[in-house]
Ligand binder design. Structure first.
Ligand SMILES: [Zn+2]
Length: 97
């Protein structure tokens, strides 16, 4: 799938729905980290949007992203402690969004 211009961005949970106008009307999804608010971009393929949420999350999970309780976290924003509990990196929390 070619990269599409990100014209309209509508937050929808941890996923973003990106609507393109003009040549195509295909709805695509990308993933935003619920902690630092950075968008997931696959640096190998250059893709940042996918046709399906499941495809987006499958790709992101290969790069260390996780989905937890309906939220999404990038590989830099979490770790597991000795009790296997999910710890969110508060230093990276971005409240502006
Ligand atoms: Zn993050």
């Amino acid at each position: 799938m070619p990269k599409l211009p990100q014209i309209a961005v509508i937050a929808c949970g941890g996923f973003l729905k990106l609507n393109t106008m003009g040549f195509t009307k295909q709805e695509v999804v990308g993933i935003e980290c619920d902690n630092c608010k950075e968008y997931y971009i696959n640096e190998d393929s250059g893709f940042s949007v996918w046709a399906y949420e499941s495809d987006a999350m499958a790709d992101a999970s290969n790069k260390g992203w996780i989905e937890e309780n309906g939220k999404h976290y990038c590989d830099k924003c979490f770790h597991y402690n000795d009790e296997d509990e999910l710890i969110i990196n508060a230093e990276r929390t971005n409240e502006n969004s």
